[in-house]
Design a protein around this ligand. Structure first.
Ligand code: ATP
Ligand code: MG
Length: 424
């Protein structure tokens, strides 16, 4: 939270968006009303209202600060959250809040945005039950963070991170990468994770983890009225200590046409109980697949080194960045590098076109990947000490926002983390 005395951090956060280790859980269906005094704050709040994490919330905004708020609540009930910008002196702000307390329902939370950096004011506000005091100038992500923070306790920090993995083209290894990352998150980082296979007709997660799962995700998506954490929990197949699978049916007895919101309640429900959800999003561009990507906390696009992949990866990055202006840009990695005799587009050219370094480059290794796929094993299980195993472990670390290496192996530098530092 940006509080009294943390203006520099506030400034940095405003410029950088959410930090790499930061996970801001989306806010529930709440009502928010903002009363601004300055155009800068108004535009930051307006942009916050369009942030994916406030998708479910209803935000109304008007100018006029505390005077307008007092007027509005004389006759109408107060919302879940009131955002109040207050220019002027500490005393004036506190007096305004005292008047507001007379008309404010006790259940409403108040976030004050002020321009005075004063510890006495801060204490006065906290005594009056103000949830948060933000010192301007504030950025969009500060507003998002403050509102969402009201509804998620710090102890619950890891719960509900969704990592979506998709391919820039079919067959580039997106599912393989997703499954290996999910496995590494569970095995190396010891975080409970669920791999959700969204390739309903053809998904391979069941095969890759050597499971013979029930319908999984299909049972959930075709029974929207029954979805809650318990129901979804029963559909999971346990693969290892920390890893479960929400499998695809991988049958063709019905067709799989879904509305854009069809998976929302499944994701919401997974978020409430599972620290880390890896979505294997097939190479599609439908309402629901686009929504799954936009709504994820972190994104990894897997691309093979050819021209179509380059074009598609760039299009994906552009559209996803535009839809998630307050998020870190989507990561991408290159897979299947070094197929004999195949001309390739170099990682440096990808980096230039996408204006970003790939997070990893994974060599083409048909022997190792083929063995893993046919045995229903992960790369780490068929080649524990292999460089590619290390890559999946590092990808798991970066995508879960962990920068500490649990089993540090100093011989293998951490090039992914190095790259991240360079991007910062
Ligand atoms: N680096 C690699 N080297 C060799 N083979 C690989 C590599 N990565 C993935 N493969 C193989 O490529 C094939 C396709 O992989 P996968 O099913 O993961 O791709 P996908 O992008 O999910 O495809 P789809 O578009 O069908 O969902 C699999 O047989 C997999 O074992
Ligand atoms: Mg796939």
């Amino acid at each position: 939270m940006i509080r009294y005395g943390q203006q520099q951090a506030a400034q940095e956060a405003a410029e950088a968006g959410a930090g790499p280790d930061e996970h801001i859980a989306p806010a529930p269906r709440i009502s928010i009303q903002a009363f601004c005094e300055t155009v800068e704050t108004a535009s930051a709040i307006q942009a916050a209202g369009e942030d994916r994490r406030l998708d479910k919330a209803h935000l109304k905004m008007q100018m006029g600060g505390v005077t307008a708020a007092l007027q509005a609540y004389q006759s109408s009930p107060t919302p879940n959250v009131i955002l109040l910008e207050a220019e002027g002196s500490g005393d004036g702000i506190l007096a305004g809040l005292d008047s507001l307390a007379d008309v404010c329902d006790p259940g409403s939370r108040v976030i004050v945005i002020g321009h005075v950096n004063d510890v006495m004011l801060y204490r006065g506000l906290m005594r009056r039950g103000v949830s948060e005091y933000l010192v301007g100038p504030i950025g969009t992500i500060d507003i998002v963070r403050a509102i969402c923070g009201l509804y998620s306790s710090p102890e619950a920090k890891p719960v509900g991170r969704i990592i979506a993995v998709t391919g820039a083209k079919g067959g580039v290894g997106a599912s393989t990468v997703a499954h290996n990352i999910g496995w590494a998150i569970a095995h190396d980082l010891a975080l409970d994770s669920v791999v959700t296979d969204l390739d309903l007709p053809y998904g391979t997660a069941g095969l890759d983890y050597n499971q013979d799962p029930p319908q999984g995700v299909a049972d959930a998506v075709f029974s929207p009225d029954r979805i809650d954490a318990n129901f979804v929990d029963r559909l999971l197949t346990k693969c290892t200590d920390h890893l479960s699978l929400l499998a695809a049916p991988a049958t063709l007895d019905r067709v799989y046409d879904f509305s854009a919101e069809a998976f929302d309640s499944i994701f919401d429900s997974l978020r409430t109980t599972i620290p880390c959800v890896v979505l294997d999003v097939p190479h599609l561009w439908t309402g629901w697949s686009k929504r799954a990507l936009i709504g994820a906390d972190d994104l990894l696009i897997v691309a093979a080194p050819d021209l179509a992949n380059l074009r598609n990866a760039k299009n994906l990055v552009d559209v996803l960045r535009a839809a998630r202006p307050n998020d870190r840009r989507p990561y991408y990695c290159l897979n299947q590098l070094g197929v004999p005799k195949r001309p390739e587009i170099k990682p440096a050219d990808f980096a230039k076109a996408l204006d970003d370094e790939p997070l990893a480059t994974i060599p083409f290794d048909p022997q190792m990947f083929g063995t893993a796929a046919n045995n229903g094993q992960m790369i780490a299980e068929v080649a524990a000490g292999h460089r590619t195993t290390e890559i999946f472990r590092q990808l798991a670390q970066v995508l879960t926002g962990r920068t500490e290496v649990k089993k540090a192996r100093s011989g293998l530098l951490t090039p992914i983390l190095e790259k991240l530092r360079k991007r910062a």
